[in-house]
Design a protein around this ligand. Structure first.
Ligand code: HEM
Ligand code: HEM
Length: 203
């Protein structure tokens, strides 16, 4: 019988669900002049969240660290193969295929807003707007693959991965648990995002 263990710290969970909200917000408001300011604020927040995630990937808790889930392409292919042929390989933190998707989402979450910013400031011709839109579509496709991975992984391992990203808890070996949840940092993040919104809506 496996224990219920803490896997995702508070900052990782707050990062994730703010990202979901802002990604949805930036898509819903895209293409509308009326909601451009909200679009821009959501985009800035995504950028800030990704900068945070880069730092947290270096200095965060065990399963949030890049070193714990970034693996070569062979490991990602091996994991997908294990899902298709069984038995599905199990990871307490992110699996190697998920790791690739996360790395790419971080990259897109940084460069899509940069091209949005260039477009917003009208520094170049149409190409920046076109690149911004293409990157946004690539990001959306990746999110679709991410959701597919979450559903397939949840079914294969009979565990609700989305619920774990909410509660922080999974079933696993006690030796894999993280000792601290870093709630104070999540609070700092929420205040930081609030200030970013206040600033971006008023400039
Ligand atoms: C309602 C929709 C979503 C659900 C249910 C969901 C669920 C999850 C779950 C369960 C994980 C952990 C996967 C694992 O156990 O290895 C995860 C991680 C992640 N998801 Fe999502 N996701 C959603 C939408 C999104 C969106 C829209 C984005 C990007 C814009 C996104 C980006 C990420 C990232 C970057 C991680 C890595 C988290 C970290 O380690 O910091 N997700 N998601
Ligand atoms: C990851 C975050 C973002 C996503 C997913 C996103 C998505 C999109 C999409 C899909 C469009 C095309 C809308 C259309 O013409 O139908 C668009 C347009 C636009 N975005 Fe973003 N965006 C993001 C961040 C930003 C940021 C940070 C800014 C500004 C600082 C920005 C500024 C703009 C502007 C000015 C346009 C209009 C471009 C035009 O003239 O066609 N976006 N965005």
């Amino acid at each position: 019988m496996k224990d219920k263990i803490l896997v995702w710290d508070w900052p990782t969970r707050v990062f994730h669900w703010l990202l979901v909200a802002c990604f949805a917000g930036s898509w819903i408001t895209s293409g509308s002049d009326r909601y451009l300011l909200i679009h821009v604020s959501c985009g800035y927040t995504i950028f800030a969240l990704m900068v945070f995630r880069l730092l947290w990937g270096l200095a965060g808790s065990r399963h949030a660290r890049f070193a714990s889930f970034l693996r070569g392409p062979g490991a990602a292919v091996g994991y997908v193969r294990s899902l298709l042929r069984g038995p599905a390989a199990h990871f307490t933190g992110h699996n190697p295929a998920g790791g690739w998707a996360i790395a790419l989402m971080i990259v897109l979450g940084l460069i899509t807003p940069i091209f949005g910013w260039i477009t917003y400031n009208e520094w170049t011709g149409d190409w920046a707007a076109e690149t911004h839109e293409t990157l946004a579509w690539a990001f959306l496709i990746l999110v679709g693959l991410h959701l597919l991975g979450v559903i397939v992984g949840s079914v294969a391992h009979r565990e609700n991965l989305a619920a774990a990203m909410l509660s922080g808890f999974k079933r696993g070996d006690a030796t894999e648990a993280i000792p601290r949840a870093y709630g104070w940092l999540a609070l700092v993040m929420l205040i930081g995002v609030g200030l970013l919104w206040w600033w971006s809506m008023s400039v």
